[in-house]
Write a protein that binds this ligand. Sequence first.
Ligand SMILES: [Fe+2]
Length: 181
Amino acid sequence: MANSIDKLLNNSQEIMEDKIEAQEVIGYTADSVIELLKKSLNIHWQQTTSLSAQAVHLDRWGYKKLAEVIKADAEEEHKHAMINLKRLEFFDVDYQPLIVSPPVWKRHDMVEMIKYNLDSVREASSAERATIVAARAVGDEITANMMIPLLQGSEDGIELYESYLKLIEQMGLDNFLSIQV
Ligand SMILES: [Fe+2]
């Protein structure tokens, strides 16, 4: 009898320890989902501002075709920022003060601009992938699913900018520039 009571006590102790551990994991991971959503929001504001500026810059200097592509990209990144905001509002967390400080991109330097954009979509894709993993770890399928189109957008961006660099390597910068007019 004493033995079985001991056993019961031990079991309940183990169950309680499991629960505490589970709660700690859930608490930690839910916070990390929020932090990753804020990170994704910040990257998207950076992309929205730098791509908008690049679109105007390229249009001004005659590269109308590329300007259109970059402008559409800026608009898409703005939509992604709105999706991040919507999810943060659902969790009712503050994401202010809004400090958007994108790295400087070099004007009149096509290769540098493409590399800059490639770095940015790579950074976005790793934040988005991490958000999906963290959200799934706490059973937050909605955040995970919401992030998938954003990740798809970043991977499309990686493909696009990598293909531009490849084209420049194969056809030369001058030929690449001539088809962007
Ligand atoms: Fe995006």
